[in-house]
Design a protein around this ligand. Structure first.
Ligand code: SF4
Length: 392
């Protein structure tokens, strides 16, 4: 049987199986409790667990151990990531709490850079639990699962919980002076949305304290579309100074505000596509505007803090050089319900602990899990010369 010959990837039916599919079929072939709990609980079966089962003379586990040894060889060279485990995650398992670090297998996985998660719908999950299903039926499920294989970082849930713990006081500048806070909540909705847009526009290359002061000055002046259009550039400059690139931002504010008046009835656009066409509005701002202004989560707002920290934590599969690249990488695996939270959480964390230069790794709760922090503490300064991801 092909299970004992993992190098043979072509079935009698003529279908060629990927190596991941072959591994899944191994799991499915097992009738043991371990196989059942693997699929029902979504737990990862590590090599040491397989060996343990093998030591108990479990025939399927022995086959699995042999298969892993065979299958991993080409995977290593292809993915350039040693010891890459494959994990099956059903819809139910995505809600599971983070694995306990004290588990006997934690040492095995601590140094692993990430894992492949095979997501499937409930139909495929039902097939997986049916140990007696014919192989042809299993093949269909495997093809379906193989198409949706996604990478996710090791221990990300534990790190997220630890960052939440460090941020529980909510006393970072972003918590009181972020875009959500500095608009006038008592104004009519479209005026509030205009404030959100302006505060994001002002915030690039500017500290939250300075952005907040500029927004308060604009609000005291009268921050409506009509009033800003009536305001001279000189006066506008006096109101927003010293935000970064304030001269350029005067131009952005005036042109954007004119477009809002002419095209959107003094409101702001309600789609990412239209928002990024406005002068001075990039994808990061647009996603935050959609979230804060329209209460719609369309993507992760990745600024310099989120970009830097997720690279340090290795929450991106390979190092990224631009926030937009980081956003796409994160959105590939981070559950959508966390997209809104992760921006404010990491921005504040970057303002207080995971600083751009000299991050406070020794007092960070993530220091045992964070690759950058472990390196920084072991060698006193991080391995390699960069203190933050390179910018394009
Ligand atoms: S250990 Fe250091 S680099 Fe890692 S998240 Fe904490 S502060 Fe940042």
């Amino acid at each position: 049987m092909f299970l004992r010959q993992p190098a043979a990837l072509t079935l009698k039916t003529g279908n060629t199986l990927s190596r991941e599919n072959l591994l899944i079929l191994y799991f499915k072939s097992m009738n043991s409790k371990a196989a059942s709990s693997y699929f029902q609980g979504g737990k990862r079966l590590t090599r040491s667990q397989a060996k343990l089962l093998a030591s108990q003379d479990h025939p399927s586990a022995t086959a699995f151990t042999e298969a892993v040894a065979e299958i991993r060889k080409p995977q290593i060279s292809k993915l350039k990531r040693p010891h890459l485990p494959v994990r099956y995650e059903s819809a139910a398992t995505s809600q599971l709490p983070p694995p306990k670090k004290s588990s006997s297998n934690s040492d095995d996985t601590d140094s692993k850079p990430g894992s492949l998660t095979l997501k499937s719908n409930s139909k495929a999950g039902a097939k997986a639990n049916n140990n007696g299903a014919p192989v042809a039926q299993q093949d269909e499920g495997d093809k379906e699962m193989s198409k949706t294989a996604v990478w996710d970082p090791s221990h990300w849930r534990e790190m997220l919980e630890l960052i939440r713990e460090m941020r529980k006081e909510k006393d970072a500048p972003v918590d009181s002076m972020g875009a959500e806070k500095i608009g006038d909540h008592d104004a009519e909705p479209k005026v509030y949305r205009y404030h959100v847009l302006l505060s994001l526009l002002l915030s690039s290359q500017t500290k939250d304290q300075v952005t907040s002061a500029a927004m308060m000055a604009l609000r005291n002046h009268g921050c409506t579309v009509d009033n800003i259009l009536k305001t001279s550039d000189k006066k506008l400059g006096e109101l927003i100074y010293p935000v970064g690139f304030w001269k350029k931002k005067i131009d952005y504010i005036k042109r954007t505000t004119q477009i809002l008046k002419d095209k959107y009835n003094r409101d702001i656009p309600a789609t990412i596509e239209e928002l990024v066409k406005l002068p001075g509005i990039g994808p990061k701002m647009a996603h935050i505007i959609m979230d804060v202004g329209w209460n719609k989560v369309t993507g992760i707002g990745v600024d310099t803090h989120v970009h830097r920290i997720t690279n340090r934590l290795k929450w991106v599969q390979k190092p990224t050089t631009a926030p937009e690249e980081t956003r796409k990488g994160l959105e590939g695996w981070l559950p959508r319900e966390l997209w809104s939270e992760v921006n404010v959480l990491l921005v504040g964390f970057g303002q207080q602990t995971c600083l751009p230069v000299n991050p406070k790794c020794s007092e960070c709760l993530c220091k045992d899990l964070c690759p950058y922090g472990r390196s920084a503490l072991r060698y006193k300064s991080p391995k390699g010369k960069e203190s933050s991801p390179r910018k394009k």
